[in-house]
Write a protein that binds this ligand. Structure first.
Ligand code: ZN
Length: 353
């Protein structure tokens, strides 16, 4: 079974509205699950200052949220609060995505990863007026964006993470840009990795995760962001062998070896994923990086802790391979060990950019 695929274009508002008109039932799954309050727990936020803040800093994104609300026939305030209220802090520790990149392959620099989250994501080709066109993985009706390739030849993919030595973040007041929205913002406004790094270093960009980015000229970086310790934590470029990887923790804080030796089972699993990613990275030093090697990486699920120990795991939503030089992505729905990768090209440039 292939992922659901849509193409959307126009203004930010039109994109949000059309997306929800087409895929509203999918969008509603998340709102039904997380967007409701019991009678005694509706927060008494005064949303006006929050809306004003987002309007000032992220006008296009606010317009897209308005489009979602109209497309779903939901109150705008409810959709807004879902995006910029406390909900986003609740999702931080549940995802365990894994990503690996090669600086060289027959197809240029390439990146691959498995998205670990609930299964409501779709493949979307987006042409927003005034932004770079891109093809990537989105959840309809939500600004969240896992990863994609844009028309300039930049690829970005995300991985949730949290620091081990600090308390989990509290909802920001005023609301801050959350890292689950960052990947898309990078693709819509940046041409290459240096521009993306500069963007992520801006003050006010909340972070809570890893973003791995490569571009067609061969730049590659993992950027660690975490709000309580400062928005921008660290960045790492290619390993000497020409590969790069990230999982669900910050190597600037804890090494995979330390994670593997931890008494925390979840931390051991995270460490094991990175151990596997590094194994495949090292393998590329001998045989070269390739799309086939990325597929083999994403398909492995028979690590030492069978089932949850490999890259492919029960929480997989999809596996994605990004080929920025060729402006295309390959996507395997749900478990890449079982499903074929299907190609989604980004053909044509965005006339509005
Ligand atoms: Zn599998």
């Amino acid at each position: 079974m292939a992922m659901t695929y849509i193409e959307v274009s126009g203004t930010a508002y039109e994109i949000g509205r059309r997306q929800c008109e087409k895929l509203g039932e999918l969008a509603r799954i998340r709102y039904r699950r997380y967007g409701h309050y019991h009678a005694d727990e509706r927060p008494e936020h005064d949303l006006a200052p929050m809306i004003e803040w987002v309007q000032e800093h992220w006008p296009a994104q606010l317009e897209e949220v308005r489009g979602y609300a109209d497309g779903l026939d939901m109150p705008f305030e409810q959709v807004f609060e879902f995006h910029f209220g406390p909900y986003v802090s609740a999702i931080l520790d549940s995802q365990q995505c894994s990503n690996l990149g090669f600086s060289e392959s027959p197809n240029g620099p390439i990146l691959g990863g498995n998205l670990d989250d609930a299964t409501g994501y779709v493949v979307q080709l987006t042409r927003r007026a005034g932004a770079y066109a891109h093809v990537g993985i989105v959840w309809p009706g939500w600004l969240s964006y896992w990863g994609g390739v844009n028309e300039c030849g930049l690829a970005v993919s995300g991985s949730s993470a949290r620091v081990q030595t600090a308390s989990p973040p509290q909802p920001a007041q005023p609301p801050a840009w959350h890292s689950v929205y960052t990947a898309r913002w990078v693709l819509e406004t940046c041409r290459d990795v240096p521009e993306a790094i500069a963007l992520l270093k801006q003050p006010g960009i909340a972070g809570h995760g890893n973003h791995i980015m490569i571009d067609e000229t061969g730049n590659g970086v993992v950027v660690e962001t975490h709000k309580p310790t400062g928005p921008y934590l660290a960045e790492h470029s290619w390993e000497p062998g020409g590969w790069i990887c990230c999982g669900n923790f910050f190597v600037s804080e804890i090494s995979p070896e330390e994670a593997l030796a931890s008494e925390d089972e979840h931390l051991r699993l995270r460490g094991n994923r990175v151990r596997l990613l590094r194994e495949f990275g090292t393998r590329s030093e001998k045989g070269g990086g390739s799309i086939e090697l990325l597929k083999a990486t994403l398909r492995t699920h028979d690590g030492p802790d069978h089932g949850e120990g490999g890259i492919c795991n029960p929480n997989n939503c999809c596996g994605v391979i990004y080929v920025p030089r060729e402006r295309r992505i390959l996507v395997a729905e749900r478990f890449p060990c079982a499903n074929e990768f299907i190609e989604y090209p980004l053909s044509g440039a965005n006339p509005g950019a």
